[in-house]
Design a protein around this ligand. Structure first.
Ligand code: CP
Ligand code: NVA
Length: 300
């Protein structure tokens, strides 16, 4: 069976915890197996990236493999070659395909037609690799994944969706704080059905007692109306007033890149509760373990 990683629900709770344990062990020992020796990984980007690109390329190198990184517009894909044909051709050359896509459907099409693992490096729908790093950061802050109270304040976007999946898999309570107009019907339905999920319009109430306070940019790549989105979310800035209502040991997370002074103040970004650079570093550690999960042949 090919181990694709399009969303976090590719892993159950046990597999997810196992992957995080392995990530932490690799981080601590720095003893990397050369499990990717002789293997090549294609990385396709339809959108810009700093963390995902560098951390994956380094992780592949650490495990003895090599990466081929290509912007979509430098491929025939950018001139209209189908995703299906691209998937079939790349599967003849490489051992895995990592792709950052505008539409999640492109990842589903790659998965359908590739005969090697496909990894989601962010789509409009989700960003599961980011949440592996976030969970590792939470684990380091609070110990082996107990049940931290997670609060997301801002746009319920692709990164939020992957956090929602993580909380459902690991049974963490999750509070979302956003304007009512961004609390979409599909989210409402899930929140109504699950007692672990709470929506709270007021960001200060939402952060009350939280162990992890999180946000992301208000304007994701491809956002069609950045000004309106920014106006709508202005009351949802994470600042000292929001943070002081959280648990005294609470941490602040942001997947980055941030718009400082917009969704979060400099004081919070650079303050003692902020773990944003550990979180960014953990992309590398989490993705080493993910590559091993996708590419190491499981023992019979
Ligand atoms: N957090 C994240 O995915 O960053 P990049 O867009 O820089 O890869
Ligand atoms: N939500 C952001 C995440 C960037 C890493 C975006 O999609 O642009």
């Amino acid at each position: 069976m090919i181990r694709h990683f399009l969303d976090l629900d590719a892993l159950d709770a046990e597999a997810l915890k196992g992957l995080l344990d392995q990530a932490l062990s690799l981080k601590q020992t720095r003893l990397f197996p050369d499990a990717l020796r002789g293997k090549t990984v294609a990385m396709i980007f339809e959108k810009p990236s700093t963390r995902t690109r560098f951390s994956f390329e380094k992780a592949i190198h650490d495990l003895g493999g090599q990466a081929i990184v290509v912007n979509k517009n430098d491929m025939q894909l950018g001139r209209g070659e189908t995703v299906a044909d691209t998937a079939r051709v790349l599967s003849r050359y490489v051992d895995a395909i990592i792709a950052r896509t505008i539409a999640h459907q492109t990842l589903l099409d790659l998965k359908e037609h590739a005969s090697v693992p496909v990894i989601n490096a962010l789509s409009n729908h989700s960003h599961p690799c980011q949440i592996l790093a976030d969970l590792l950061t939470v684990h380091e802050a609070f110990g082996p994944l107990t049940h931290p109270r997670i609060t997301w304040i801002g746009d319920p976007n692709n990164v939020f969706f992957s956090w929602l999946q993580a909380c459902l898999i690991l049974k963490f309570p999750l509070t979302l704080s956003c304007p009512p107009s961004l609390f979409r019907d599909d989210l409402k339905k899930q929140f109504d059905q699950n007692p672990l999920l709470t929506w709270e319009e007021d960001p200060k109430k939402a952060s009350s007692g939280a162990h992890v306070v999180m946000t992301d940019t208000w304007v994701s790549m491809g956002c069609e109306n950045p000004e309106a989105q920014t106006r709508l979310l202005t009351p949802y800035q994470i600042n000292d007033d929001v943070m002081k209502r959280a648990d005294k040991d609470a941490i602040f997370l942001h997947c980055l890149p941030a718009v400082r002074g917009q969704e979060v103040t400099d004081a919070v970004m650079d303050g003692p509760q902020s773990k944003i650079f550990d979180q960014a570093e953990n992309r590398l550690h989490a993705q080493r373990a993910l590559l091993l999960w996708c590419l190491q042949t499981p023992k019979a």
